[in-house]
Design a protein around this ligand. Sequence first.
Ligand code: SAM
Length: 276
Amino acid sequence: MSGKLFIVATPIGNLKDITLRALEILETVDWIACEDTRHSRRLLQHFGINKPLVSLHDHNEQHKKLELIAKLQAGEKGALISDAGTPLISDPGYHLVSYLRENDVAVEPVPGPSALVTALSAAGMPTDRFTFEGFLPAKEQKRLNALQILQNETRTMIFYESPHRLMDSLSSMASIFGVERKVTVAKELTKQFERFVSGNFEEVVEQFEMNSDWVRGEFVVIVSGDSGVVSEQEDYDGLVKILLSQNLPVKQISEIVGEFYSVPKKAVYQRVLSLK
Ligand code: SAM
């Protein structure tokens, strides 16, 4: 008799968002695999659940999957949870689940909250077609390269972001998508300081600059897709390319183009870097 692994979503902030089914499954399994055992122990204690915890994170998943499949093949039932939201969504578990599927071990999802769908459902951005991009690279040039690939994406784009990278990412996005592109930043979803900040990139960045205490917590960034309308930025790309071909320094190009088109030099600077 083979066991089963349940993939159980947990709250992204508000503990009342746990589902009845999640509680039922977590109470009946033999063990629970989680990222951070101390963090998950507190969550489970809140619901009066006391089960053996197995730590499964990015660094031990390859080796732990062998141990877990052996338990499941012996008929045990287990659950996988992450620190918050739906496991495998920018969280560990992919290697384990694909390995279990390849080896015909049952895997059953127990759906619940995920920050990307929670943000999208209330952002007022087009929801008919969207793409989830997870976290952007931390290094500026890599981030710009990743965004460059999305420059003409017509679907709504969803990103995860941490507080210490939010402003840099918004600035890189503005340089690639243009300052007029619409964006919504959803902050601290389901928590006390939940907030949606919407507008074009220039307006949203300005609001965060004026309220520096907003740059705390967890964020989902939702960017509208390319509408096909030529932006001011695409207008100045031509001049940037000519000046780059003359081997002028990035700073000087940003100053010339910023002055000529009356656009913020910082936004042009990022754009020049991405076109370089
Ligand atoms: N598995 C989770 C899910 O289903 O959403 C995502 C885990 S990922 C490691 C953590 C990121 O999700 C955060 O950096 C943030 O971008 C986003 N996130 C998670 N909880 C959030 C919340 N309450 N408000 C806004 N963003 C959140």
